[in-house]
Design a binder for this molecule. Structure first.
Ligand code: NCD
Length: 308
């Protein structure tokens, strides 16, 4: 049985297959509409989410399966003190697969060690968010036609942003990938990403403060929100929250074929006037998230695709 805890749990070849499957789902949705008939996904969300939880649910419903779950720790037995290990033992009796989001780093890993069903990490604290990364990879591959030979700018909260950590880990496995890390000093990418991931793979990267300086050379701009809930004090959040605001004026520095991605939710870091720019891809990204989660569910449930 396989789980998805980190973006590295799939090899590059396996990822290619998964993204191809997502592409086939996009082109032929009807072929898959009963592929998970009789199967259930449990969404165990100990932290708020709109997109990720609903996209897992939409994915399973599109496959003809059903969904159950909870959307906050306070509405689950965690509020009574139940451990993640006990919860997952019980969920294993109710569902065929589960997606877990938890504020503590490593909680899905703990769950997977006690689980009888595949566990998908749907975001663990400031650590990883592998299904957002699958979404990002599918978006980039579909809209740019490649995952190699790219200069990617990551902007905003690179310290606490788990989507950033997972995306960097996934992309260093492709050729000719360069990063421009755009953040205030206090929100730089964690040292383990700089040392153990970027430097260890000899990946060219630079750290800059000003978004305008980075824009002209980018193929992809990945914007992120400042993660208020992970700050230790409100003053630091207030001081840093408006560090970057992408607006029409700044977009004049960007190449015509640059794509703007954002895992969403957005707060104010992309001005709404940018939404109509053809380079804004963040709402298309949401749709790719459903296709890729459908492909992931089919893969982890070892569905026989030839019989569809
Ligand atoms: C992200 C997350 O939860 O890490 N959202 C998402 O899953 N699409 C990004 C964020 O919350 O800022």
């Amino acid at each position: 049985m396989r789980h998805l805890l980190s973006p590295l749990d799939f090899s590059v070849e396996e990822l290619d297959k998964l993204l191809d499957l997502a592409g086939d789902i996009e082109r032929n949705p009807d072929k898959y509409k009963e592929a998970c008939k009789g199967k259930k996904i449990a969404t165990l969300f100990y932290e708020p989410s709109t997109r990720t939880r609903l996209s897992f649910e939409a994915a399973m419903l599109n496959l003809g399966g059903s969904v159950l779950g909870f959307s906050s720790a306070s509405s689950s037995s965690a509020a009574k003190g139940e451990s993640v290990s006990d919860t997952i033992r019980m969920i294993s009796c109710y569902a065929d697969i589960c997606a877990m989001r938890h504020p503590k780093e490593g909680a899905p890993l703990v769950a997977s060690s006690k689980s009888r069903i595949p566990v998908i990490n749907a975001g663990d604290g400031g650590h990883q968010h592998p299904t957002q990364t699958l979404t990002d990879l599918l978006t980039i591959r579909s809209l740019k036609g490649r995952l190699s030979n790219l200069t990617i700018g990551l902007c905003g909260d690179l310290k606490f942003g788990r989507t950033v950590h997972s995306l960097i880990e996934a992309l260093v496995r492709y050729t000719d990938v360069k990063f421009v890390l755009i953040s205030p000093d206090e929100l730089r990418v964690p040292e383990y990403i700089r040392e153990d991931v970027l430097a260890a793979h000899n990946i060219p990267f630079k750290e800059v403060r000003k978004l305008e300086d980075a824009l002209p050379e980018l193929d992809i701009l990945y914007m992120t929100r400042v993660q208020r809930e992970r700050f230790f004090n409100e003053e630091d959040y207030v001081r840093l929250k408006d560090s970057y605001i992408l607006d029409k004026q700044k977009m004049t520095y960007a190449p015509d074929d640059m794509l703007i991605l954002h895992p969403l939710p957005r707060v104010n870091e992309i001005s709404v006037e940018v939404d109509d720019d053809p380079r804004a891809a963040y709402f298309r990204q949401v749709q790719y998230g459903v296709y890729v989660r459908m492909a992931l569910i089919l893969t982890l449930l070892e569905t026989d695709l030839d019989s569809l």
